[in-house]
Write a protein that binds this ligand. Structure first.
Ligand code: PHE
Length: 433
């Protein structure tokens, strides 16, 4: 459940619908689904298995597979690269999560009738972003300084059903509104001619890896916390299914809601059909939707954004756990010191992004999600497929899952991550160049 909590987050409800809207709708959805199951799931399994075998932080787990000095150095680059990537992701993630916080408080300020506060909460500004980003980072740090086991599973377990319930209720409402059917069509009926568009492919690949928290060493460290009695193959499949399902359902809400908002006069597209507010799309569309519901919309808006904030937290703690577990084991630092130290470094990067938003935000998002994550995820597949002794790899898969030998996974996965995953990910990159 903690791994699912890491996977389900802003990537599903902010990232996926925004990417879908800026990459032409249903064609993106289709490519995303294919890549999530055919490339991201196998890569997730590689990371979980490496972690469970290593029983240590990401660098040490990867180094355990190395057979010589050269491979050891390579393991360091992949593991440490993932850790840095997780920290960078956290630095922009905290900003978006801060937007979720302010959207949660906005309905409260409306009920309280404090107009000034409502205006401040609803408009992007330096003061607002700095404050809520800081609160989010401090919250993440305080949870992680106590260790991952405490409470994360409990939160994740309650979160998913609540999130799905509210998403379905909102979809039912949206679909009765004017303009929704055009949106639904844009979401579900693909234009096949754009499916092989290089930039669509890279975006979908990046989104799939981002959504499953891959290439950040997060799933390696979470893998190391999974007991040898667990069936990893089905555990990974559940995480993927839950994650993809929630993203798909979120898109079913937000894409039609975009068209409904457009019909109600909110400006979503420019005259040439481009999205006007790429990063903040969700924050334009959803508040408009809640407002259109009348007085009950305030409560629903509050509940929705509060749930999103929790979902963001169960993801951000996994991002912070990646560097913290490394520093604690490597430098024998107390957990609490390591956590505050890394939290501080992340905050410095966040603040730099906030002050140079238009130059840095998109750049960091792209660098980490579209470039670093698929690349590092691919290197984990190469580790499992080419460097790890095959017999030992198979033995690890068998732990907790004696009957795995009769499954398709057993027959296909080892050569699949050896050849297909690296090749396919490499091709998407080369194609985009
Ligand atoms: N998967 C998370 C989401 O979809 C984001 C994430 C990325 C978490 C990388 C951990 C590491 O919101």
């Amino acid at each position: 459940m903690a791994a699912a909590g890491s996977a389900v987050g802003l990537g599903n409800i902010w990232g996926f619908p925004t990417q879908t809207a800026s990459n032409g709708g249903a064609a993106f959805v289709l490519v995303y689904l294919v890549l999530a199951f055919c490339l991201a799931y196998p890569a997730l399994m590689a990371e979980l298995i490496i972690g469970r075998h290593g029983q240590a932080n990401a660098v040490a787990s990867l180094q355990k597979l190395a057979n010589n000095q050269f491979q050891k150095r390579f393991a360091f680059i992949v593991g440490f690269g993932g850790i840095v990537c997780a920290g960078l992701i956290l630095s922009f993630y905290a900003i978006v999560a801060g937007w979720m916080f302010s959207a949660t408080l906005e309905p409260i300020s409306v009920i309280a009738g404090t107009e000034q506060a409502t205006t401040w909460l609803s408009e992007q500004s330096l003061s607002r972003d700095l404050l809520f980003t800081a609160i989010f980072i401090v919250l993440t740090v305080s949870i992680i300084s106590k260790g991952v086991e405490n409470g994360i599973e409990k939160w994740s377990k309650r979160l998913m059903p609540a999130l799905l319930f509210i998403l379905f209720a909102l979809i039912a409402y949206v679909l009765t509104q004017d303009g929704a059917m055009t949106g639904l069509k844009a979401y579900l009926v693909p234009d096949f001619s754009s499916i092989l568009n290089p930039s669509l492919l890279v975006s979908a690949l990046g989104q799939a890896f981002f959504s499953l928290s891959l290439g950040t060493s997060v799933m390696i460290i979470y893998g190391s916390y999974i007991s040898k009695q667990e069936n990893l193959v089905s555990l990974g499949a559940y995480v993927t299914l839950i994650d993809v399902f929630i993203a798909f359902v979120a898109g079913m809400l937000i894409i039609p809601a975009m068209y409904v908002a457009q019909a109600q006069g909110v400006e979503i597209f420019s005259a040439s059909g481009e999205l006007l507010s790429e990063d903040t799309l969700v924050f334009q569309v959803l508040p408009a939707l809640f407002e259109s519901m009348g007085s009950i919309g305030i409560y629903i808006g509050f509940a929705f954004f509060a749930l999103m904030s929790i979902a963001a937290l169960t993801s951000s703690i996994s991002m912070l756990e990646a560097p913290v577990s490394y520093v604690v084991e490597k430098f024998a630092l107390a957990r609490i010191q390591a956590t505050w130290l890394i939290g501080f470094i992340v905050s410095v990067v966040s603040v730099s992004i906030i002050f140079n938003f238009s130059a840095l935000f998109g750049f960091v998002v792209q660098l980490t999600t579209q470039f670093a994550q698929p690349l590092l995820g691919m290197l984990c597949c190469i580790f499992a497929g080419w460097i790890w002794h095959r017999g030992k790899l198979l033995k690890e898969i068998k732990e907790g899952n004696e009957s795995v030998e009769n499954t398709l996974f057993w027959k296909v996965w080892p050569w699949y991550i050896k050849f297909v995953c690296p090749l396919a990910i490499g091709l998407v990159f080369i194609n985009s160049l």
